[in-house]
Design a protein around this ligand. Structure first.
Ligand code: PLP
Length: 396
């Protein structure tokens, strides 16, 4: 198919709920993507942070192909060997708990919402407090839990049982908690909200409040998880353990996998009949996730993120010194935001035309999330495109 045919079919046959850039990508390898015309792009935002090991990582491709030839799907009313192994591996790298598998971040958060409702049912509590500027998904409940009205406003009436507090603000949280509150959910680093990093003290305080008031603490690590910050999970960076953690994106390395992990005593509230997913924890998905975890370990990708992110952030800060249009550079590991003083979409488009894929979020923030195993030479190339694009867009 050529470019025009693809676009024509989209126009005619696909529901238009996504804003589209005028590109058709047909091939990917590591940090590179190729469009339908054969042009090559350096990808510093692979698959919206899904392709954390880069495009088509051979370990994941091999694991999925091998599993596909053996057994592609088994229903969850039978035991699934790779699902058991995947859960064991996830628990070994996170905290003492149990896993529910699903297919996306929104579903992982839906599972967390339902688990909190089960937890609160004995005391008549059901309300979950989330943070302003957060993002938790697009299902009706998760879009309501998302602390950005623009996503939920068209879908009223919204489900009940959600409240909101300012991010990084304990007094705002305290005033949002009432006798119906059962849980608090937070992204340790807000992604869609513009790469806003939680203060360590704030998270510690949050943990104490949850302990005192018998509230469940949920960390949405859909974006921050699986090595993005240089630890497997951001909570390890902040030294604050949640009761429930939700995952997706890099977990499957390009294959759709979501998971909710909950501490054992809480997890055990989910008994047969309370929750399910037909595809959740499917053998293909679990073999992909196992390959992701093993590759992070074998290739020492956490070390690579910790080491090279210092270089990336310091080079971006040098650019900030040269280009007054850059307001701030912030982030941890390979979850970096470069906030401009002006809307960033045109700059991101300029970078794309110059061969570098980035993302613009929250109007003014350039989101940079390269694959965990990226080499310094690729960072140098990407940074030179960023510099060239800054000059072209804003002068020097
Ligand atoms: C922090 C966070 N939670 C949840 C989601 C929803 O994930 P999904 O699109 O896989 O449903 C996202 C997606 O961007 C996210 O960034």
């Amino acid at each position: 198919m050529d470019n025009l045919t693809v676009k024509d079919y989209y126009q005619r046959y696909i529901i238009g709920c996504y804003g589209k850039e005028d590109f058709v990508f047909v091939k990917g390898k590591d940090v590179w993507l190729w469009d339908i015309n054969g042009k090559k792009y350096l990808d510093f935002f692979p698959g919206w942070a899904v392709s954390g090991l880069g495009h088509c990582p051979k370990e994941v491709v091999n694991a999925v192909c091998k599993q596909a030839k053996k057994l592609m799907h088994v229903a969850n009313n039978y035991y699934i060997d790779v699902q058991a192994l995947c859960a064991k591996k996830l628990i070994e790298i996170s905290f003492d708990g149990k896993v529910f598998f699903c297919n996306s971040g929104a579903e992982a958060n839906e599972a967390a919402i339902k688990l909190c409702r089960l937890y609160g049912s004995k005391t008549g509590r059901y309300k979950i407090i989330s943070m302003k500027n957060s993002f938790h998904g697009r299902t009706l409940a998760t879009v309501t839990m998302t602390g950005q009205e623009k996503y939920s406003a068209p879908f009223v009436p919204l489900p009940e049982g959600f409240g909101y507090a300012e991010f990084n603000d304990i007094s705002s949280l305290n005033s949002s908690i009432d006798d119906k509150t059962v849980a608090v959910i937070v992204e340790p680093i807000q992604g869609e909200g513009g790469i806003n990093v939680a203060d360590k003290q704030y998270l510690k305080h949050l943990r104490e409040i949850c302990n005192q008031k018998d509230l469940l603490l949920i960390f949405d690590e859909v974006q921050t998880g699986m090595g993005r910050t240089g630890h497997y999970f951001a909570f390890q960076h902040f030294d604050v353990e949640p009761d429930i953690m939700t995952l997706a994106k890099t977990l499957g390395g390009g294959f759709p996998v979501g998971a909710m992990i909950a501490k054992k005593e809480i997890a055990d509230l989910m008994v047969p009949g309370t929750h399910a997913s037909t595809f959740g924890g499917n053998p293909l998905a679990c073999s992909a996730a196992i390959a992701v975890i093993e590759t992070i370990q074998k290739k020492k990708l956490l070390e690579n993120v910790s080491f090279l992110s210092l270089y990336l952030i310091s080079e971006l800060r040098k650019l900030q010194g040269k280009f007054p249009v850059i307001k701030e550079v912030r982030g941890i590991g390979f979850m970096v935001g470069m906030e401009l003083k002006v809307p960033a979409a045109k700059f991101v488009a300029r970078c794309r035309n110059n061969g570098l894929l980035l993302n613009c979020t929250h109007e003014t923030v350039v989101r940079i999330m390269p694959p965990l195993g990226i080499k310094k030479s690729h960072l140098i190339k990407g940074l030179s495109i960023i510099k060239k694009s800054l000059v072209e867009e804003f002068g020097n």
